[in-house]
Design a protein around this ligand. Sequence first.
Ligand code: DHB
Ligand code: FE
Length: 290
Amino acid sequence: MARILGGITTSHIPAVGHAIANELFEDPYWKPFFAGYPPIHEWLAKHKPDVVINIYNDHGLGLFLDKMPTFAIGAALEYQNADEGWGLKQLPPFKGDAPLSWHIIEGMVEDEFDICSCQELPVDHGFTVPMQLFWPGLNENPNMPRAIPISANTVQHPIPTLKRALDFGKSLRKAVLSWPEDVKVVVLGTGGLSHQLDGERAGFINKDFDTYCMDKIVSEPEELTKISRKELVRQAGAQGTEFLMWMMMRGALGEKVNLVNKNYHLPISNTGAGTMLMECMDEEMVQAAE
Ligand code: DHB
Ligand code: FE
């Protein structure tokens, strides 16, 4: 039986890709940001997930405004990266897990989620920067898992509600746990936290709101579903809607989680950068903890 070990969040800012390429880990600007990752590397080295479900929002590389699926799931043997114009070096392809992808798509459509299945999906910085952060060296890293990309629309309104995002994660969890193979899965939620890249409020960051979201998402994610999409844009900025990815990830972890690690630093580029690691607590662990 497949198991979900936990969930990890991170911002996916392209400038981080440059910082990694230039090894700026000790640079005073970058150090407090990169400080959030060693505990996650240790956890990943200990638990060695076989599959990573990377929930991100495509920004226009794989999906575009002409046809914008609300929820898209990759169902390919591999995923190519390509130049998006940020000046980042193109990365080698990421290995997929098409059979598990199709099982998830089957299960979620049965569960009445309308999924766009993607047998070809170029992956952008929303997917690749977190992969580099969590598995340095990528394919050279012996712990590099197979990847399943899931993208939700945060670009073209109407975007999904926070409740729909959380429910998506719950349905994703059901589908994964019904996979008969013995695989260990970790789920990523990438993007956010607050940022706005354009318009009158360009540069807007809201530390109080980020702190509130990082706090509530651990034990009271349902509380966050009361926030309307308009309010989310108001509080988090136009691109802060990427918090939806965090909610999708959180839904996939089940009711109780154990917060293992948390880091917040601002600004990184234009963004409040948050990193969290939450471990799933299965029935026996919950009983032991109570
Ligand atoms: C930035 C943040 C993002 O989430 C993104 O997709 C692109 C740029 C930034 O802060 O620069
Ligand atoms: Fe983004």
